[in-house]
Write a protein that binds this ligand. Structure first.
Ligand code: EPU
Length: 405
C-alpha cells in the first residue's frame, strides 16, 4: 500500500503546528449582546476563539470592503469539532481569499483556515505521498515538494491560494490540474463533527469543479477540508507542451537534455540519457509566464481568471471559428469544444477597459482588477457588462469563476 514509513531525513522540515486552543468550558446559553440586540443565532455561546465584527478588506486578494459578524482562525481541526452542530448559523470557509468576490458584509461565521504542516508521509514503487494542512500556502507547498526532490506540482507554481482550496475548484494551469496529483483529503462535517476521508473518486473532479462545489459545501461550509494528501509519481515527465509555457521553455533554452536534470533520477535510469529540463526549471518557466501576464494581487488586487473558459457544442465552435479565424479552440473528450474566455473578452472590446474603479486587465483580458477602492457592486456591474457584450457578439455565456459572498 501507499503508506510505507519514511525516515526522518526524508521528511524535511515540518512547519510548526501551533498548539490547539484550550477547549472552552462548553456551550453556555447566551442572552444578549452588549448593545442590547440579540445575536443572529444566540441559543449557544461561541468558543472564545471566535472574534466579532472583523474587517475582511485585507483578507481577499480583490481587496473589496466587507466585515464578518463572526470570525474564527482555525489552526487545528479540533476547533471545527467545537463549532459543529450549530446548523442555524450561516458559515463560510475562507482560505487566502484569492477566488472570492465580497459583495458586502457577511452576517454569519467566517472560518479562516490556518491549519499548517507539510510532510512526506510515505512512498511506494510508483509515487511519493505528501500531506499538507489546509492553511498552507499553495505556492510554498509547490516549492517545498521540489526542494524535497518530489516533483510533480511545478506546473501549478505561483497559483495564489491555500492547499485546502486547491481541490475545491480543482486548480489548474499549463496543462495540469491538481486532480492529477491528488490522493485523498480529510474534512470535518460541521453538521455532525465527524472527520471524513474523501478519495479521488469521491471528490468528483472536473474542470475547475469538484463535489465541494457540486454539493454547495464551498458556500455553506458544511464540509471543511483540513488536510490534503498528494500523490507525486516517481516517473516524472516535464509538461512543457502548453502553448505559452513551451514558448518560455524555448526562450530559456531548457527543452534540451540537461545532465543533472532530475533529482531522484536513480528511480528511472532511462532518464539519465535524455533527462530534459529539471522540475525546478519548469517551475521557473511557469513563474516567469505567470509574472508576465497575471498581476500580483499585492500590487493590483485581482482574483485570477474571472470567467471559466466556456464549453460549447462542436457546431457552435465551427460557426464561430469560420467567422473569427483567430478564436482559440480546445476540443474536449466529450466532443464539446472549450473556448478561450480571455479571447472572447478581448474581442468584445474589454481588454484594458475600466468601468468605475474596476477593469479587465490590459495584459490578460480574463483577469478583473480592482484599480483601487472598488466595491463588490462595481465588480458585479463590470462582470454583467462583459457577459452581456460577449453574449451579444458571440452567443456564448460566460460564467464567473470566483465565488460571490
Ligand atoms: N487570450 C486572448 N486575449 C487575452 C487573454 C487570452 O486572446 O486577453 C487567448 C490567448 O492568446 C490564448 C488563449 O486565450 O490563445 C488562452 O489564454 P491563456 O493561455 O492565457 O489561458 P486562459 O485560458 O486565459 C487558463 C486558466 C488560468 C491558467 C491559464 C494557464 C481558466 C479560466 N483559466 O487561462 O487559470 O493560469 O489557463 O494554464 O481556465 C485561474 O483559474 O484563476 C487561472 C489564472
Amino acid at each position: 500500500s501507499a503508506r510505507s514509513p519514511v525516515t526522518s531525513s526524508m521528511i524535511g522540515q515540518r512547519a510548526p503546528v501551533s498548539a490547539p486552543p484550550k477547549p472552552n468550558a462548553g456551550w453556555r446559553p447566551c442572552s444578549r449582546a452588549k448593545n442590547g440586540r440579540r445575536h443572529a443565532v444566540s441559543e449557544r455561546q461561541l468558543p472564545d476563539f471566535v472574534e466579532r465584527d472583523v474587517d475582511l478588506t485585507t483578507r481577499t486578494t480583490l481587496a473589496l470592503p466587507g466585515r464578518a459578524a463572526l470570525y474564527a482562525e482555525i489552526r487545528d481541526a479540533r476547533q471545527l469539532a467545537m463549532l459543529a452542530g450549530d446548523n442555524a448559523r450561516r458559515r463560510f470557509v475562507l482560505g487566502a481569499g484569492s477566488n472570492l468576490v465580497l459583495t458586502g458584509d457577511f452576517d454569519g461565521l467566517l472560518l479562516r483556515m490556518a491549519i499548517r504542516g507539510r510532510e512526506l508521509v510515505g512512498d511506494d514503487e510508483n509515487a511519493w505521498y505528501v500531506r499538507a494542512g489546509a492553511g498552507e500556502n499553495w505556492h510554498q507547498l509547490v516549492l517545498w515538494t521540489l526542494a524535497q526532490g518530489c516533483p510533480g506540482l511545478e506546473n501549478l507554481a505561483l497559483i495564489p491560494g491555500t492547499v485546502g482550496a486547491a481541490p475545491i475548484q480543482n486548480i489548474g494551469a499549463y496543462g495540469l490540474e491538481v486532480a492529477e496529483r491528488f490522493q485523498s483529503l480529510e474534512a470535518v462535517d460541521l453538521a455532525t463533527g465527524q472527520t471524513l476521508r474523501l478519495d479521488h473518486a469521491a471528490c468528483r473532479f472536473a474542470y475547475r469543479d469538484s463535489v465541494f462545489k457540486q454539493e454547495g459545501w464551498h458556500l455553506n461550509g458544511q464540509r471543511v477540508i483540513t488536510r490534503v494528501t498528494f500523490r507525486l509519481p516517481k516517473a516524472w515527465q516535464p509538461l512543457t507542451g502548453y502553448g505559452e509555457l513551451a514558448a518560455e521553455a524555448d526562450r530559456q533554452q531548457i527543452r534540451q537534455p540537461h545532465p543533472q536534470a532530475v533529482p531522484n533520477a536513480h528511480f528511472r535510469p532511462n532518464l539519465r540519457s535524455n533527462p530534459g529540463p529539471t522540475p525546478r526549471q519548469v517551475a521557473d518557466a511557469v513563474i516567469a509566464v505567470r509574472r508576465r501576464k497575471l498581476p500580483d494581487p499585492a500590487a493590483l488586487p485581482n482574483a485570477g481568471s474571472f470567467f471559466h473558459n466556456p464549453q460549447v457544442s462542436a457546431a457552435l465552435a465551427e460557426r464561430l471559428a469560420s467567422a473569427h479565424p483567430g478564436l482559440p479552440r480546445y476540443p474536449q473528450a466529450d466532443g464539446r469544444v472549450k473556448l478561450a474566455a480571455g479571447w472572447l473578452v478581448e474581442h468584445s472590446g474589454w481588454k484594458g477597459r475600466d468601468l468605475g474603479r474596476v477593469g479587465m486587465y490590459e495584459k490578460q483580458a480574463l483577469v478583473l482588477v480592482n484599480r483601487g477602492g472598488a466595491s463588490g457592486a462595481e465588480v458585479g456591474a463590470l462582470a454583467r457588462a462583459v457577459q452581456t457584450d460577449v453574449r451579444e457578439r458571440f452567443g456564448v455565456e460566460l460564467t464567473p469563476e470566483p465565488v460571490f459572498l
